[in-house]
Design a protein around this ligand. Structure first.
Ligand SMILES: [Zn+2]
Length: 126
């Protein structure tokens, strides 16, 4: 995984994940960006990113790349965090039958192999 991803999952693990906010238009995005994808501004500042979001879509994966063999089936969730930033991660402690679009989820991370970590989502408690 690229260095920015490892840095991002490390930050999630310690609870100080951040995102980039465009000072020109307010669009939120994730590192590594040099330009706002919405308006092209280079005035991006880092702000704390919450760990709570909402499911936009999800899909169950039964056939995957070798890296994830032995883990299927698993569910990948696309969630929008409260700041409007979208992220994909693996669903934990639930199956596709347990979740619905719009459900609240909590961002997390876990080690995947010796080299990198995964982004995960769990259903929010409340
Ligand atoms: Zn912008």
């Amino acid at each position: 995984m690229p260095a920015w991803f490892d840095a991002f999952t490390d930050a999630i693990a310690s609870g100080d994940q951040q995102y980039l906010v465009c000072e020109t238009c307010g669009h939120g995005t994730l590192p590594p960006r040099q330009l706002c994808p919405a308006c092209g501004s280079t005035e991006l500042t880092q702000e704390p990113l919450s760990e709570r979001g909402e499911i936009l879509s999800f899909t169950e994966i039964s056939v995957t790349i070798p890296k994830f063999h032995g883990e299927t089936p698993y569910t990948v969730v696309l969630a929008e965090l409260d700041e409007g930033v979208s992220l994909t991660g693996q669903l934990r402690d639930a199956t596709p039958d347990d979740i619905a679009i719009g459900d609240k989820v909590v961002l997390g991370t876990e080690p995947h192999d010796n080299e990198t970590a995964l982004i995960t989502f769990q259903q929010a408690e409340d």
